[in-house]
Design a protein around this ligand. Structure first.
Ligand code: BTX
Length: 323
């Protein structure tokens, strides 16, 4: 509720100090009984509230969760993340977001969960999403663009996440075409873009973002341990997931506005500045073939150009890349 949100704001302004019941009820314009009820709700959400006679109340500990409250407090965006659909456990946030988008959810709606039991990667692969450790979210955008431009949004999302991670953690990251964010050569982020479209026009783009934030090595399944990492492993410290989400929303909103007004140009440049495969020899496995060649760059549509040993240029729309 908005009262609960205001209550959190009051505590947040107090910055860990006690706030008297009197002050709270004046600031919020409601009775002490009403406030007490909202505090009980916060307790149920996992906040530890300390009450001391004559001093008042303070938040002793926040829940390590990515609830609506945690995400909304201090959020600087206008559109992205302004509607949050939060759940503890889901099969896949992509599935829920697809349903919401179909039902008309507004642009910027975000579905986020603490845990996914059937997180999806590309080509029906699995995305491991253990409870309370990462950011598992799907963002609904509704750009008025033709279908063939939709892959640009995967690249745009990758740049936004890369920028947000650098801001929040100070780590330096690289992007492997089209959708992996690597730190020290290991995968910390996966991005999956799905479309709802008519033949000529996109209705909704659902950007699924999985960020390994606070996992330690033992959280990773054995088969991905050699290829996966988390921000906490790389930085040696844990990060508040809600703050990372806020940073992603802000970067994404800025780049998305730029994209809608001026097109893909600047996004392409930014993407190339993070790209770790360009200029190197790579192996691209598509559904039908395997091509070895030098990655030359991406096109205006976000398609990867690969030059094979005979000097022929291949346009790769979808593939797995080995560097
Ligand atoms: P991808 O197909 O590029 O990557 C999937 C592959 O990555 C897996 O086959 C496995 O080898 C490896 N992998 C699986 N889980 C992890 C992990 N946690 N960390 C590192 N490597 C892993 C990438 O697909 C797109 C992933 C999108 C995930 C988000 S989470 C929110 C949203 N909901 C949903 O179901 N998917 C998206």
């Amino acid at each position: 509720s908005s009262i609960r949100q205001q209550l959190l704001e009051v505590f947040s302004e107090a910055d860990g100090e006690f706030v008297s019941g009197q002050t709270i009820s004046e600031k919020l314009g409601c009775s002490r009984t009403a406030i007490w009820k909202h505090m009980e709700d916060l307790r149920r959400e996992g906040y530890e509230l300390e009450a001391v006679r004559r001093l008042g109340y303070r938040i002793a500990k926040k829940p390590d969760k990515v609830t609506n409250n945690e995400i909304s407090l201090g959020l600087q965006t206008e559109v992205i993340g302004r509607h949050i659909h939060y759940e503890e456990t889901v099969d896949s946030t992509q599935k829920i977001a697809a349903r919401l988008a179909f039902e008309g959810a507004p642009e910027g709606t975000v579905v986020v969960a603490e845990e996914q039991t059937a997180g999806r990667g590309r080509l029906s692969r699995i995305w491991h999403s253990p409870k309370g450790t990462g950011v598992w979210m799907s963002i609904i955008l509704r750009p008025a663009i033709p279908v063939q431009q939709a892959p640009q949004l995967t690249l745009l999302a990758a740049v936004s996440v890369a920028q947000a991670i650098e801001q929040v953690t100070g780590l330096s990251v690289g992007i492997k075409w089209p959708n992996d964010i690597l730190i020290g050569g290991k995968k910390a982020v996966g991005i999956l873009t799905e479309l709802q479209a008519d033949p000529d026009q996109v209705n909704a783009v659902i950007i699924g973002i999985g960020v390994n934030v606070n996992q330690q090595r033992e959280h990773f399944a054995e088969e991905i341990l050699p290829i996966a990492t988390s921000l906490a492993i790389e930085a040696g410290t844990a990060f508040p997931r809600a703050s990372l989400m806020q940073a992603v929303f802000l970067q994404l909103e800025k780049l998305y506005k730029e994209y809608l007004t001026n097109g893909f140009g600047i996004i392409k440049l930014l993407w190339e500045s993070y790209a770790i495969s360009i200029g190197r020899e790579i192996t691209a496995r598509t559904v039908t073939s395997t091509i070895v060649g030098t990655a030359k760059g991406i096109t205006e549509e976000g398609v990867l150009l690969l030059e094979d040993r005979d000097g022929r240029i291949h346009a790769i729309h979808s593939a797995d890349i080995e560097i």
